[in-house]
Design a protein around this ligand. Structure first.
Ligand code: ATP
Ligand code: MG
Length: 361
């Protein structure tokens, strides 16, 4: 079976280090390993509009921001098709048919959508488009017959929903669609990186992010004010690791090489953690180390971004070319879907012949 990778991001803001460890880093690794047939990266502008309908300018402005983030992290448009969701209208058509295969109560059970509805205070007035975005995500994935989906943990319910739609579609209309598999990070800290405020998830919508394009000074300020252990007041106090965002970030980012380079008193993170929980290690020292680690990781990304920022028309050209290619692939799947669903009337000579025979013998 072909290996087809698909992922995407909502252009609701610049990408942050949560995106990086949760998905983007894995995409670049997969791209460079080269062990796939096609790889697509989608800028989900139509999905972003489901909860930003009144603010299309925000979505419009962030398309180029997200694209610059991709390029600066090493996404290579020669190897990967980067495209804009709204420029592939076939995706809407697929969603429309998939909607018949999903119940309202099934959508209501989706835990990610549930918590997102809460977060946006949508409880009493959920836009229908937002409520049904897991269905449109199923269209995005299946349109490309994608079977490898590198995502953060919050996306697991979406992939599960897609799998159900695929099974239902194939059982009703015959084998047509491919069931996708989520690839989530092995490192637990990367599955759902918390915000700098210690909240469960770093998220553009919560304003608790370290952005890939933040300046060294912005990163430093954010790290220094990060949430740690509120009971760790005196240096001698034993510190807690659980819920301590600084240590979660170190889990996600720090390597033994970082210790050799920036904090040689400790061989690795286990030693640092042991000292912290024992007492006698101050938050400041740990934060300074985290800052050094993040700067080392973000520096090359920032430098590459500066280069791409000089050629914005080229970025749009990449997106345009990618969108044309993506539309072609989606159109092929849509044709198969319509034929499986028996709504391909004009391509079906047998239908026309048999109807004609019915009336004319
Ligand atoms: P929004 O608040 O607009 O939903 P977001 O920050 O949740 O934005 P998305 O564009 O919804 O970002 O997510 C894109 C990808 O990044 C998904 O695969 C998602 O799982 C992953 N991701 C987002 N935030 C995190 C995080 N904090 N930790 C790990 N992965 C994340
Ligand atoms: Mg999200």
């Amino acid at each position: 079976m072909k290996k087809i990778v698909l992922t995407g991001d909502r252009p609701t803001g610049r990408l942050h280090v949560g995106h990086y460890v949760g998905s983007l880093k894995r995409r670049v690794e997969l791209q460079n390993e080269g062990n796939f047939d096609e790889m697509y990266v989608m800028i989900a502008d139509a999905q972003a509009l489901t909860d930003n309908a009144e603010n299309p300018e925000k979505v419009r402005q962030n398309i180029v921001e997200v694209s610059l983030d991709y390029l600066s992290c090493g996404i290579d448009p020669e190897k990967v098709t980067v495209f804009i969701q709204s420029q592939v209208p076939e995706l809407c058509e697929l969603s429309f048919y998939y909607m018949n295969l999903v119940t309202v109560s099934r959508l209501q059970r989706n835990p990610t959508v549930k918590s997102e509805i809460q977060m946006r205070n949508f409880e009493t007035s959920i836009p229908v488009g937002f409520f049904t975005y897991p269905i449109s995500q199923a269209a995005d994935i299946t349109a490309f017959k994608a079977n490898i989906i590198p995502v953060g943990e919050d996306q697991l319910p979406m992939i599960e929903q897609t799998r159900e739609i695929v099974r239902k579609f194939n059982s009703v209309y015959g084998d047509t669609l491919v069931e996708p598999e989520a690839v989530i990070p092995k490192n637990k800290a990367c599955m759902r990186l918390p915000g700098t405020d210690g909240k469960a998830k770093m998220s553009k919508s919560l304003g608790n992010c370290i952005y890939l394009s933040d300046s060294p000074e912005e990163v430093r300020t954010k790290v220094m004010s990060m949430f740690t252990d509120p009971d760790h007041i005196k240096l001698t106090d034993p510190g807690k690791l659980e819920g301590n965002a600084v240590f979660t970030y170190l889990d996600a980012f720090a390597t033994d090489d970082h210790f050799r380079e920036f904090l040689p008193d400790y061989a690795n993170l286990d030693e640092l953690k042991a000292h912290y929980t024992r007492g006698g290690l101050g938050d400041m020292k740990v934060k300074k180390f985290l800052n050094a680690v993040l700067q080392a990781e973000l520096d090359p990304i920032r430098t590459r971004r500066k280069q791409f920022e000089k050629n914005i028309p080229e970025v749009y050209e990449i997106l345009k070319k990618g969108s044309v290619k993506a539309e072609k692939a989606a159109a092929e799947t849509l044709a198969e879907v319509k034929s499986a669903m028996r709504i391909n009337y004009f391509d079906d000579a047998e239908l026309i012949r048999s109807q004609s025979e019915k009336y004319n013998g």
